[in-house]
Design a protein. Sequence first.
Length: 217
Amino acid sequence: MGNRQSVVREAARFAEWVLREVGRELRVARLIAGMTQGQVAGVLGTSISHVSRVEHGLIKGAGLVALSRHAAVVGLKPWIKLYPIVGRPLDRAQLALFAKFRDRIAGTWRVTLEAPMPIPGDLRAADALLAMPGCQCMVEIITRLADFQAQVRMAHRKQRDIGASRLILVVAGNDTNRRAVRDAGAAVRDAFPLDTRATLAALTSGVDPGADGLVLL
């Protein structure tokens, strides 16, 4: 229970940070549009002080509808995405799969488990990072391949934001996952030019794989 309460408190702090960032963007957009707080308040049917408080992230109960209306007045539109939080650690099955993978690669790789995004307020984390001079591989550990394209899109966004040069998808090699990989067909080959053998050959040699790879173990 204590751990869950900690997650909730962290979520509340993150929400406050988001509201401050949203308020800053609303203020900048208003200034670019050449509008005063009074003009925005007039369109919204609210007070100047309320507009000012929104711009400073001080309306903790600000809802999506209200923020959408405010954004529209200054020429913006909100867009919300949901991400897994760093507070959800790798589970036992994932750790076992990663250990199996770790045993297959060179010991010269510098390994970081659950590496956080280098973005203030971003609660996502890479399952693991493998680093060597000139190359950084982000590793995602998947025990159940439920939706290949959706899971790969999320992994690629994390790869981009963490600044890794390669993405290595390590997937549990059970019948269900192997069937999902086969069913994905060309999408797998396009996203991951390197198969299990080629990816492990490079990582075992301690060299840059040269492309993204999918490993079935």
